[in-house]
Unconditional design. Sequence first.
Length: 146
Amino acid sequence: MSFDAEWAQHKAAAMAGQQPPAMRLNHVPAETGGSPAGSLLAGAGSINGNANLLIEIAALLHEGRPDGDASTMARAPRAHADVSAEALRFARFADDQFKDTINLFAALATRLKTTGTDFARVDDATGRNFLDRVLESGQYVKPESK
């Protein structure tokens, strides 16, 4: 289905006040089986695992950081002064972009860790609430009475 046709379906559903059909990204075929479209399943383990993965990626990027001596070969008098200036400008730009990328991964990992902690608190509160309701309104039935 083309983008225009899919967009027309979504607009028609919105005008009619209906639930729009599930959107497919990049022409990926619709999933068969599994969870229904639009549902999101998350667990503290997967959230924390993804945060750890981001930290590992940042560490690997830091280990493979650009070599500061690479641009020294293009400095004067080995290279023309204009070439030297442009090489230094590019090296500073690349270093800036590299540091921004590392900081982005670290910030995302921190936010994921916070989300995982909040998720655990909410999950714990939900479990406690359920147990409290069972204890308050539940009735014990002897096994032989079943």
